[in-house]
Design a protein around this ligand. Structure first.
Ligand code: PAF
Length: 286
């Protein structure tokens, strides 16, 4: 039996900076994959993509309290640092940054980063304050890790656009890469929150991906946005989702509203819906 791969874990910003400084002074490039842990194949695909673009890869594992609303699942969010470390090591990640909340937000921390426009619709409406929390922690993580390349999943498509916007607006010297959504065989987008689903809900969940696929095909065929959205909403409801926050066709980079007629140019269909207590999000390009 071959020995299990191990990964070095650092918990302070000072230690992280020292490790990254050593890599950079040896002429190595650095890739970063920010995560909230509870890792799955989707996260590991981000690490693998980062490895194709940088000599060393670091992943952060930090469940960021500022991006959860007061009635959301911050306390319940799955945490298993040992398993995360093993998975990252197995994927060839070189360093794990796992700071405490106090390290990331020491007493007195009072700066929030907000991104206007792209963070306002969709999850910006459904989860007030969420993207300010994301933008703030990602700004901090990118400053702390100083990577050349940072990889984020397209699964959180709106988040990816918010991060691209903030990196451009703040002149952060990092290339942001989006990686395609990893899916289960039945099409369900991989997510740490899938762990909340009961067996029955897990069987219903792929309806979201199916509705996106059908909508993308219809839009490609020239269907009207309003008709496609209405049909998808009906299909998701019929599949047993208890509430739907949105199913909308938007511009691919600025997330502006498209329709009501057929689309012209690149679009993204985004949806968020609840199965019981679990909120699932997914999206697809057209
Ligand atoms: O996508 C996530 O896991 C988080 O939103 C991120 C980007 C790590 C910020 O906490």
């Amino acid at each position: 039996m071959s020995p299990k791969a191990e990964i070095e874990i650092v918990r302070s910003v000072a230690d992280l900076r020292a490790r990254v400084r050593a890599w950079k002074s040896a002429g190595l490039t650095v890739g970063m994959v920010p995560t909230m842990g509870a890792l799955h194949e989707g996260h590991l695909s981000l690490v693998r993509l980062a490895k194709t673009r940088a000599d060393r890869v670091l992943a952060s594992v930090f469940v960021n309290p500022t991006q959860f609303g007061p009635n959301e699942d911050f306390d319940a969010y799955p945490r298993d640092e040992g398993r995360d470390a093993e998975l990252l090591a197995g994927a060839g990640c070189d360093l794990m940054f796992a700071p405490t909340v106090a390290e990331m937000y020491p007493p007195g921390a009072s700066t929030t980063v907000t991104v206007a426009g792209v963070s306002e619709p969709l999850d910006g409406q459904a989860r007030p304050g969420h993207f300010a929390g994301v933008a703030t922690v990602v700004s901090k993580l990118l400053n702390q890790g100083q990577p050349d390349v940072a990889v984020f999943g397209e699964k959180d498509y709106q988040q990816l656009q918010v991060i691209k916007r903030l990196v451009a607006d703040l002149d952060l010297p990092v290339e942001v890469l989006g990686a395609p959504t990893a899916r289960a065989e039945d099409g369900l987008a991989l997510s740490s929150r899938n762990a909340y689903l009961s067996d029955a809900e897990r069987a219903q969940a792929p309806a979201l991906g199916r509705a996106l696929k059908a909508a993308a095909a219809a839009l490609k065929g020239g269907a009207r946005v309003d008709a496609v959205e209405a049909e998808a909403l009906a299909a998701i409801q019929a599949a047993g989702f208890s509430s739907i926050d949105y199913f909308e066709v938007r511009g691919a980079s600025d997330l502006s509203r498209l329709g009501p007629g057929p689309i012209v140019g690149e679009a993204r269909i985004l949806t968020a819906a609840r199965l019981g207590k679990t909120r699932l999000i997914d999206n697809m390009g057209v």
